[in-house]
Write a protein that binds this ligand. Sequence first.
Ligand code: GPP
Ligand code: MG
Length: 284
Amino acid sequence: MTDARDQVLTTDYQRAVAAWWDTRRTDRVNLALGEIDGFYHHHYGVGAVDLSVLEGPEDTRDERTLRELHRLEHSQAELLLDHLGPVGQDEGVLDSGSGRGGLSFLANQRFGCKVDGISISQYQVEFANDQAARRAVTDQVSFHFRNMLSTGFEDGSKRAIWTDETTMYVDLFEAFAEFSRLLPRGGRYVCITGCYNDSLGGKSDAVNTIDEHYTCRVHPRSRYFAALAANNLVPVNVFDLTDATIPYWELRQKSSIATGIEEAFLTGYRERSFQYLLIAADKI
Ligand code: GPP
Ligand code: MG
């Protein structure tokens, strides 16, 4: 007899990743920012930093810094959504690796559409559904304990799908095959990810440090495009956001919620062994 957990989590690696996120409940870096306005994100920020937050009274400097970091994470979310549309009110979208739900709520607010979020962390699914209840949007935004490699949603049922820094936990060929199945012709997939720059060679020390820190397996840049092409997903836009995310990491390093991984991101980005990309692709 297999229970629901065994059906969703089918490998030792998936169980390890789920356990990591399930037990990560006191991550001040994400809770402190989410508590600012109730949008709990699990992605990084982009855009120019307002350096004036570092000036002014010392006793309120950190609070200003956290607000600025949160603003930059919102900018990243809005950038992703800019590449998703148009999405109609009667259409459904999928947040694949939905974390605590912040981006799903922003998508629902922008498009008025139905949003399904999926995560292999039962803790995250509960947290996000609790947020939906507080916002009184459970009829429009719901979160499910499901695996993005086998979502259970119907063929062609999602107008758009996104992954915001979640593809480093899955095989890209398997994930994109599932996304391709879920999208109708002309449906849009948007991916924001950190990848290693295989035009320079293999994984750098900085990227290995990031893998270890998050229990993830960062992919080479080339594999994204090979896996998209193999699954009838044709890129319409590719942006290198590496320069746009460095200021976020510099500010985060100076803040009270720095976790110690900031140096690896800054080294990887500055030496270009690690790249932060947005890819938008259409299903053909
Ligand atoms: C951010 O989550 C994303 C990940 C952990 C996946 C790895 C991403 C890469 C680009 C390699 P988070 O918001 O929980 O991270 P943190 O707690 O460090 O802010
Ligand atoms: Mg975070």
